[in-house]
Design a protein around this ligand. Structure first.
Ligand SMILES: NC(=O)c1ccc[n+]([C@@H]2O[C@H](COP(=O)([O-])OP(=O)(O)OC[C@H]3O[C@@H](n4cnc5c(N)ncnc54)[C@H](OP(=O)(O)O)[C@@H]3O)[C@@H](O)[C@H]2O)c1
Length: 315
C-alpha cells in the first residue's frame, strides 16, 4: 500500500521533470570565457595533445580509486585514467565479479565495497594507500528499484560521501578528492530543482559536498566538486528520460563551466568524465566547486582547462 502511495506521489513529479527536461526551449546556457611537478602525458584524451605537460599534486605511479567506477561517468573516468598509463587505477563495486565484467580490463584492480551495507573497515581497506579519490556514486532522485536495500539519496549522497571524506582524512594518503554532485544544489527553491529535490537528493548531495570540504580543510587534502547538468550520452546507466530516449548530445565535447551553481542544461557523460580527469591531474583545480554543461564547441585543450581552473581559483 505504501509503495502505491509513493508511486502516485512520484508520477506527477516525474512527468513535470520529464516535461521540463525535454522542453528544449526552456533550458538556457551561458558560456564564460574564460608547474611544479611536470607529468608528460601520452595524449590520449580527446582534448589532450601528445606530450602535453600538466602540473599535478599526483605523481606517476600513484593509486587512484574511482568509487562508483562502474557507473556511467565512472566507467569513462576509469578508461580515461587507465589510458593515460601513469597511475594504478582501482575501482570499487558492490559486486567484484560484476564490476570486473563491466570494467573488462584486467589491469584495473576491482575491489568490493558496499557503502550502505558495508563497514568502515571495508571502506578503509578499499582506500588503503590511495593518492587520488574520485567519488562518482549515485542513485535515482525518485524512488525506483535502485533504492533497494536502503540505497536512497540520503544513504548514498550524504552518509556514504561523508564516510568517504572521513576515511580519506583518517587514511592520510589522499592528496585530492574529486566529488561529482549536481547542478541545483544551491537552487533547491527554483524550478526544476524544486521538483528534482522532492525526495531530498540535492540536499543530500549538498551535505556530502560540505563533508568533503570540512574533511579536506581538516586533513589538508585538496578537493574539487563537479556539478554536472542532466547527464546524457552513454553509458546509459540511469533510469531516466535520457536513457529512455537515448539522448546522446552533439558530436563535440565542448563545455560551459562556471564556478558555483548557476548553469542549467545537459552534460554529456564523456565531457563530465573529462572534467573529472582534468581536475584530478591539474593542480590549478584546487578547492573549487563548479557547474558544467555541454555545448557544441570543440573540447577544451589541456592549456584551456588550466586557464579555466586558474580563472575559477581567482573568483
Ligand atoms: N542522471 C543525471 O541526470 C545526473 C545529473 C546530475 C548529476 N548526476 C550525478 O552524477 C553522478 C554520476 O552519475 P551516473 O549516471 O554516472 O551514476 P550511475 O551510473 O548511476 O552509477 C552509480 C555508481 O554508484 C555505485 N553505487 C551505488 N550504490 C552503491 C553502494 N551502496 N555502495 C557502493 N557503490 C554504490 C554503483 O556501483 P555498483 O553498482 O557497481 O555497486 C555505480 O558505479 C551521480 O552522483 C549522479 O547522481 C546525475
Amino acid at each position: 500500500m505504501r509503495a502505491v502511495h509513493l508511486l502516485l506521489a512520484v508520477i506527477p513529479c516525474l512527468r513535470a521533470t520529464a516535461a521540463f527536461i525535454t522542453s528544449g526551449g526552456s533550458w538556457s546556457s551561458r558560456r564564460t570565457s574564460n608547474g611544479r611537478v611536470g607529468i608528460v602525458l601520452p595524449g590520449v584524451a580527446s582534448s589532450s595533445s601528445p606530450g602535453t605537460i600538466l602540473h599535478s599534486v599526483l605523481e606517476p605511479g600513484d593509486t587512484i580509486l574511482v568509487i562508483g567506477g562502474t557507473g556511467g561517468v565512472g566507467q569513462l573516468v576509469t578508461k580515461k585514467l587507465q589510458s593515460r598509463g601513469l597511475f594504478s587505477v582501482r575501482v570499487s563495486s558492490r559486486n567484484k565479479k560484476r564490476g570486473e565484467e563491466t570494467i573488462a580490463d584486467s589491469s584495473v584492480d576491482v575491489v568490493e565495497l558496499d557503502l550502505v551495507g558495508g563497514s568502515n573497515a571495508d571502506l578503509e581497506a578499499a582506500m588503503e594507500g590511495v593518492s587520488g579519490v574520485v567519488v562518482a556514486t549515485g542513485t535515482t532522485a525518485f524512488p525506483t528499484l535502485k533504492w533497494k536495500n536502503g540505497n536512497t539519496p540520503e544513504a548514498i549522497d550524504k552518509l556514504a560521501v561523508s564516510r568517504i571524506a572521513e576515511a580519506a582524512a583518517k587514511g592520510g594518503s589522499a592528496k585530492k578528492v574529486v566529488l561529482l554532485t549536481s547542478i541545483g544544489v544551491d537552487r533547491t527553491k527554483q524550478m526544476p530543482f524544486l521538483v528534482l529535490n522532492l525526495f531530498g537528493v540535492l540536499d543530500a548531495k549538498k551535505s556530502g559536498e560540505d563533508a568533503v570540504k570540512k574533511a579536506a580543510s581538516r586533513a589538508g587534502f585538496d578537493y574539487a566538486i563537479i556539478r554536472p547538468g542532466r547527464l546524457i550520452g552513454g553509458p546509459f546507466t540511469n533510469l531516466d528520460v535520457a536513457k529512455l530516449l537515448q539522448i546522446e548530445g552533439g558530436a563535440e565535447n565542448g563545455v560551459d563551466i562556471e564556478a558555483g551553481d548557476s548553469l542549467i542544461g545537459d552534460c554529456k557523460r564523456d565531457a563530465c568524465a573529462e572534467a573529472v580527469v582534468q581536475c584530478l591531474l591539474n593542480e590549478d583545480c584546487k578547492n573549487v566547486d563548479f557547474a558544467i554543461i555541454s555545448n557544441e564547441n570543440k573540447a577544451l585543450t589541456d592549456p584551456e582547462w588550466t586557464k579555466t581552473f586558474q580563472q575559477m581559483g581567482k573568483r
